[in-house]
Design a protein around this ligand. Structure first.
Ligand SMILES: Nc1ccn([C@@H]2O[C@H](COP(=O)(O)O)[C@@H](O)[C@H]2O)c(=O)n1
Length: 620
């Protein structure tokens, strides 16, 4: 069993300027209206506490920064708003390690509620589990009131007498006046997410824009539109920002439109037209987004100026922009309280000491430094086994279920949630012919993971260069998957390839994001050399052919015929059950595989306990 060691998480506050954290290199571009944005925080409110000083600020630091920048905005006589585009659970012990008695993210919602958001919306991760969605409604949505804006998500609630009523998860839109008297019309759309729990309903954005309430809401012209939604700002198949902007443009051809997206975890900026800007502020509390608009009060709409920045989330950044003494009492108390919560959640509990770092993006999945290789070569063959089965097993992982790197050193309960946050169980389909099993991984990687969204959107499928993606010739319902992790990795790899071939003298810079977005000038607030990133497959598996089982199972036939040896058990996370079933049915026609062929493989392990077991056995 794991032992509680006197081990503390690293300092929540980043060391002073003597630390190797780089400073921003220029002032922020202030406008008449300025907007700070967060997205895809996934529970990282304590910041990054190992090796990544560039992202080591915490929620208390962000709070103080926002408070100081709001003061500065008042001093300048301009507006400063704060928005969040969702995805607050799945990915960190602070949300997923919530002690029994509350749903995941319950405590973290109180930290979120401290932040003076003007518009805050939901992501898809709040909607995978019905109790999490209900807690979001009861706690966060109720706390923020009209500022919690979800334009296309309904929730069906059961009252104490078992009567059902369907409510909008949040306010469908918000009309408000800024401190400087500007009028704002805000919406909070979610992409057409279909993998949500029962009791939740998401309307496709292209249907939402036809609703009478939407048309009424956009009829009156505000000073600017504020769209804050959980949806990639690129024209990916699950993104419909263009549809929403177009609907507004039909009524207001020139009114400024600001878009704050998310979901794809990248720093990004695009322009739908010259009077709008769309920004995505990365992921995991690595980035704070900034957008400013100048000339917003002028009747002449040809003079509008939009700027954007991606701030590294650390105390040097905040000191540079808000002053050395940017801390506030409330910010400091949030920091202190987070440290206590980490202790209360037992997140410092050490399961072992990782002998080296294992990365998700930096090395090919075949490298000994890859977390995917660690899992498929060592962890799964050791732990996900069934001695009672007569056949060898092939375990397939969707790499999207693995969310972060393992750093050399203590491996804690918090790290376990960071790496594998989902409670996915290991299922299997027994006795699949070896010839079919052999084709499974290549097939799955060809068609990709099943879509989270229905792809009835009116936008076209494009690559990050806005070129059409090559269509797969294979006719398959899942073809052209564009999973978040895949897009994130593709973008990192592209940026790394582009910048490492052109930059000089970059070795003096610290590693970090070097963003190649679609807006003019450089967006990164701090200069870096890019972190290496290479392409990774969507699915990985244990070795094929699998070694024969070290089985206790009495072979059903003592002669152990050729036929029996030719079978393999296919093991996988329940999340990708649809992918496995449809792949097996595409690869052979002798049998139709259905849910009825699937059983639990190991009951004692789930995705989120896998690394604990491994660290306790191999790293302690
Ligand atoms: N139970 C789950 C849920 C999700 N995944 C993986 O996460 C991806 C979606 O997460 P985003 O942050 O990108 O929205 C999804 O594509 C899966 O790969 C999972 O493995 N298990």
């Amino acid at each position: 069993a794991a032992v509680q060691l006197p081990f503390e998480l690293g300092p929540l506050q980043q060391p002073d300027s003597s630390s190797p954290v780089a400073n921003p290199y220029r002032q922020l571009p202030w406008g008449d209206v300025n907007i700070i944005s967060t997205t895809d925080t996934h529970g990282w409110l304590m910041g990054h506490q190992r090796q990544e000083a560039g992202f080591s600020g915490d929620w208390g630091d962000v709070y103080s920064f926002v408070a100081r920048m709001k003061d500065e905005a008042r001093r300048r006589g301009v507006d400063l708003l704060l928005v969040d585009s969702g995805d607050r659970v799945d990915g960190n012990g602070l949300v997923d390690g919530e002690p029994a008695g509350h749903v995941k993210g319950w405590t973290a919602m109180s930290y979120f509620a401290e932040m003076p958001y003007d518009v805050i919306t939901t992501g898809n991760h709040e909607l995978y589990k019905y109790p999490v969605a209900v807690a979001t409604y009861n706690k966060l949505a109720k706390h923020y009131g009209e500022r919690y804006v979800t334009s296309n998500v309904n929730l069906t609630l059961n009252d104490q007498r078992g009567k059902q009523r369907t409510v909008s998860l949040g306010n469908k839109y918000r009309k408000f006046k800024t401190e400087q008297g500007r009028t704002v019309t805000a919406f909070g759309p979610l992409f057409d997410f279909k993998a949500h729990a029962a009791g939740i309903d998401v309307q496709a954005p292209h249907e939402m824009v036809k609703e009478p309430w939407f048309l009424d809401a956009i009829a009156e012209e505000p000073s600017f539109f504020l769209l804050v939604g959980h949806m990639s700002i690129r024209k990916e198949p699950d993104s419909e920002w263009s549809t929403i902007v177009k609907a507004i443009r039909e009524v207001h051809p020139h009114t400024p439109i600001t878009v704050f997206g998310g979901h794809h975890h990248i720093r990004d900026c695009v322009r739908e037209d010259s009077n709008s800007m769309s920004l995505a502020a990365g992921r995991y509390m690595e980035t704070v987004g900034w957008m400013s608009i100048k000339g917003i009060d002028s009747a002449d709409r040809s003079n509008l100026e939009f700027h954007r920045r991606y701030l590294d989330q650390n105390r040097n950044t905040y000191k540079y922009h808000a002053g050395d003494d940017f801390d506030t009492k409330k910010g400091q108390s949030i920091t202190k309280s987070l440290t206590q919560t980490a202790k209360d959640f037992n997140l410092t509990l050490q399961f072992g000491v990782a002998p080296q770092s294992y990365y998700l993006y930096r090395h090919p999945h075949t490298s000994d430094k890859s977390i995917l290789k660690l899992l498929t070569d060592k962890v799964l063959p050791l732990l996900v086994t069934r001695p009672d089965r007569p056949y060898p097993s092939l375990t397939i992982l969707n790499s999207g279920s693995i969310r972060f790197d393992i750093f050399k050193g203590p491996f804690t309960r918090n790290d376990q949630w960071i790496i594998l946050p989902f409670t996915n169980s290991f299922e299997y389909i027994p006795s699949v012919p070896r010839s079919v099993a052999a084709k499974l991984l290549p097939y799955l990687n060809l068609v990709g993971e099943h879509h989270l969204a229905s792809l009835t959107s009116t936008t076209t499928t494009t690559s990050s260069d806005d070129e059409p993606l090559p269509q797969l010739s294979i006719a398959h319902p899942h073809a052209q998957a564009a999973s978040v992790e895949l897009l994130y990795r593709r973008r990192l790899a592209e940026e790394y390839a582009a910048s490492s071939s052109t930059s000089t003298g970059e070795e003096k810079l610290t590693p970090g994001y070097v963003t190649a977005d679609k807006c003019s000038e450089l967006g990164d607030d701090t200069l870096h050399r890019p972190i290496p990133a290479v392409w990774q497959p969507t699915f990985v598996s244990t070795a094929f052919p699998p070694p024969p089982p070290s089985t206790n199972a009495s072979s059903s036939s003592s002669s152990s015929s050729e036929e029996e040896e030719d079978k393999i058990d296919i093991v996988f996370f329940d999340f990708i059950q649809p992918d496995i079933l449809s792949a097996l049915n595409a690869l052979q026609k002798t049998k139709t595989f259905t849910e009825g062929d699937v059983s639990l493989f190991v009951g004692s392990l789930t995705a989120n306990t896998l690394m604990q077991s491994y660290a306790e056995r191999e790293w302690s």
